[in-house]
Write a protein that binds this ligand. Structure first.
Ligand code: SF4
Length: 362
């Protein structure tokens, strides 16, 4: 891989790769944390752990993990649960789309695979909520297949080992990780790679003096260990603008299951639209109100709410509408709920912020 005429990464020869594996696995054997999914790494337990750890630190996830496994000990129990039950067990972890995807995937696993997680990387990636990283983690950790994993820890570790702080092409990092993972002991190796990134090769102040692979590390040899390899940043991406409508009448809020912005978690939402083209937010809010309530209603700007969902930044323009009578909406996808009930069913905190913003301006 050439960039600016200079190799971005030096490809390691077999001997160097073997040495790295040996040192890393020895360190992992002596230093790994005892975690519940490690002591009994069934495919189901590994899957739940990997989904929980996507946006949550290990220590924060542990009590939720134990509780979730107690409530849903296997795929069948998860598939048989209602969405509300799964969301209740997930409450407090955030990023609720993860819980919804888990339940939908469990249904599919029971229906199509007899309740057993598929062992194929490609088949796993066809299940809701399972992408390239999670499929690689399940295949390697639960089924001991030599599949690569690249998460934030691995990205940083590989960047420092090769001494490059430039942004590496994603595909190249996956190729590097694939070269490193051994045909045998893939489960331990991938966990060791991520564990070293989590415990030693820290984002700030890496612990190089206790690092088992420091003799192979270019960043350490060049005194660049405190620098962080460039990564793709969600913050750098353009924010998506939305219009959110808070319709209130007689202490009730209008909620809908008719979703136009699919990635916002939860079954219920406030009437919401992505802002298209250069349409003014106020005009978009008027159109949304007419479409929702079936007639012209005055809307007023109530403020702006900023929010992030995993990789996406959102700016929501909040508008309040207060119809002089409560419209009867024949569509079962709409409900008028008292405020506490509305806040309970609206899973995304974006809507909690929008309601507060709307009431603050009253
Ligand atoms: Fe990271 Fe330091 Fe180890 Fe290099 S020597 S991999 S910078 S902890």
């Amino acid at each position: 891989m050439e960039m600016s005429g200079r190799p971005l990464y030096q490809i390691w020869n077999k001997e160097k790769t073997r040495k790295f594996r040996r040192m890393l696995l020895g360190w992992y054997h002596r230093n790994k944390r005892e975690l519940p999914w490690r002591s009994n790494p069934t495919p189901y337990r590994v899957w739940i752990a990997e989904i929980m750890l996507q946006q949550t630190r290990v220590q924060a996830a542990l009590p939720f993990y134990q509780r979730f496994l107690g409530r849903f000990p296997n795929v069948e129990a998860l598939a048989a649960a209602s969405q509300e039950e799964v969301l209740a067990a997930w409450a407090g972890l955030g990023y609720y789309a993860r819980a919804q995807n888990l339940r939908r995937a469990a249904e599919q696993i029971v229906r199509e695979f007899g309740g057993k997680l598929p062992q194929s990387l490609e088949t796993l990636q066809r299940l809701p909520g399972i992408g390239r990283y999670t499929a690689g983690a399940i295949c390697s950790i639960a089924f001991n297949q030599p599949r690569p994993v690249v998460d934030g820890n691995v990205r940083r570790l590989i960047g420092r080992l090769h001494g490059t702080m430039r942004r590496a092409p994603e595909e190249f990092l996956w190729e590097q990780a694939a070269d490193l993972v051994p045909a045998r002991r893939a489960s331990d190796f991938n966990q060791a790679l991520m564990e070293l990134g989590a415990l030693v090769c820290l984002p700030a102040k890496p612990q190089c003096s206790s690092c088992p692979v420091r003799n192979l590390c270019v960043a350490c040899a060049r005194g660049m260990e405190n620098r962080r390899p460039a990564v793709r940043s969600a913050k750098a991406s353009k924010a998506l603008e939305l219009v959110v409508l808070v319709v209130e009448h007689a202490c009730r809020i209008l909620v809908t299951s008719r979703k136009s912005v699919g990635f916002i978690p939860g079954k219920w939402c406030l009437p919401t639209r992505a802002l298209e083209g250069d349409r003014a937010p106020a005009r978009a809010a008027e159109l949304l109100a007419r479409e929702t309530l079936g007639r012209q209603v005055t809307v007023r700007a109530a403020g702006q709410v900023r929010h992030s969902i995993t990789w996406r930044r959102l700016i929501a323009h909040v508008f309040a509408a207060d119809p002089c009578e409560m419209p009867v909406l024949g569509d079962v996808r709409y409900r008028w709920l008292k405020l506490p009930e509305a806040k309970r069913v609206l899973t995304s905190s974006l809507y909690g912020k929008a309601i507060s913003e709307s009431f603050r301006r009253d």
